[in-house]
Design a protein around this ligand. Structure first.
Ligand code: CUA
Length: 356
């Protein structure tokens, strides 16, 4: 058991490290409330559905390893035992056709192995998909867009983007407080995947899918779109911020406080530019005439950790770069370069920074 675990985890650590290399690396701000959980594989689950998938994957990998060892072992054995020798006379060995026993063995055994694999995987899929959510489970609707995530808390009146905030659950099923996630798409097929929390579930246009998260520990869990959806598929990143129950209540309360009105001359100028240019065609700021729905809701923009669906950490420099030319940070994204002058960018950034 221990050897199995060590070998497999070694293999997956290598894969995980390779995956992590492909994720955009930017320094995380110091003094974060929760640990960063930047894990890109399924073998360190911290949530019930992820744990079930991980267990099934271990079993399937083990069976495949067994098949590989038998086949490769026999091959090596035959290659050595029947190798060409010095006294070889060059004649072919006697040809034997049709052994019923051997034919039966290599037909029936693979069929049995396949049946076991089908049973194991369909049982896990069924258990996860048919899980009954408690009546009072937190319900979130996530809509996939090219290339960002729209996140609705309908019961709480909150709309945000790219960072899903949920409360922590418990390893004890009797005390679990899972979060129910409804998945939809505004354009093409995307896939919601946070490896440590749950398996991949597709977001399909004109269809509603479900998944659920049941995290055992607080943290900032990294996820991404797992279905190729266009140019910036690789930059359709996702974070799930798992709070303590008190932390989650605090986050909800903070999201419901409307942002302060712009104060300084720069902020007021930025406010005018924001409402004068095309920004409001695509973006919403709650309680104002900005009611666009093509881009992320900006009401509490500055409470987020990243910009452009995880393309960069959100700070003054990246916000400036984004407003100045979104295509520079994320080529192909739907927000065009508005050809703003530098002082206009300064003012709009000053206004956006009031959205907190
Ligand atoms: Cu969305 Cu890939």
């Amino acid at each position: 058991m221990r050897l199995r675990g060590t070998l497999l985890s070694l293999g997956f650590r290598v894969c995980g490290a390779l995956c992590a290399l492909t994720a955009p690396a930017f320094a995380e701000p110091a003094g974060l409330e929760y640990p960063m959980r930047r894990v890109a594989h399924i073998f360190q689950p911290l949530s019930r559905p992820a744990e079930m998938i991980s267990e099934a994957a271990y079993l399937v990998s083990l069976i495949c390893l067994g098949v590989f060892l038998v086949v490769a072992g026999l091959l090596v054995f035959i290659m050595i035992k029947f190798r060409r020798r010095a006294q070889d006379d060059g004649r072919e060995p006697p040809q034997i056709y049709g052994s019923t026993n051997i034919e039966l063995a290599w037909t029936v055994i693979p069929i049995l192995i396949t049946v076991v694999l089908v049973l194991v995987t369909s049982r896990t899929i069924g258990e996860i998909q048919n899980m009954k959510m408690p009546e009072d489970a937190l319900k979130i609707r996530v809509v996939g867009h090219q290339w960002w995530w729209e996140i609705h808390y309908e019961d709480l009146g909150i709309v945000t983007a790219n960072e899903v905030h949920i409360p922590v659950s418990s390893r004890d099923p009797a005390q679990a407080t899972p979060t129910h996630i409804v998945l939809q798409s505004a354009d093409v097929i995307h896939s919601f995947w946070v490896p440590q929390l749950a398996g991949k579930t597709d977001l399909v246009p004109n269809k509603t899918n479900d998944t659920w998260l049941d995290p055992y520990e607080t943290g900032v869990y990294f996820g991404n779109c797992a279905e190729y959806c266009g140019t910036q598929h690789a930059n359709m990143l996702l974070r799930v911020i798992v709070h303590t129950p008190e932390g989650f209540a605090k986050w909800v309360a903070s999201q419901k406080v409307p942002p302060a009105a712009p104060q300084t001359a720069e902020e007021i100028k930025g406010h005018q530019l924001f409402y004068g240019y095309a920004c409001i065609n695509c973006h919403t700021v709650d309680g104002t005439v900005a009611e666009g729905v093509f881009g992320p809701n900006l009401t509490k923009l500055m409470t987020r950790q990243t910009i452009g669906a995880g393309v960069a950490e959100l700070n003054d420099q990246t916000l400036w770069a984004w407003v100045n030319d979104p295509q520079g940070l994320k080529t192909g994204c739907l927000m065009p370069d508005m050809q703003l002058l530098d002082p206009e960018v300064d003012a709009i950034v000053a206004f956006l920074k009031t959205l907190q």
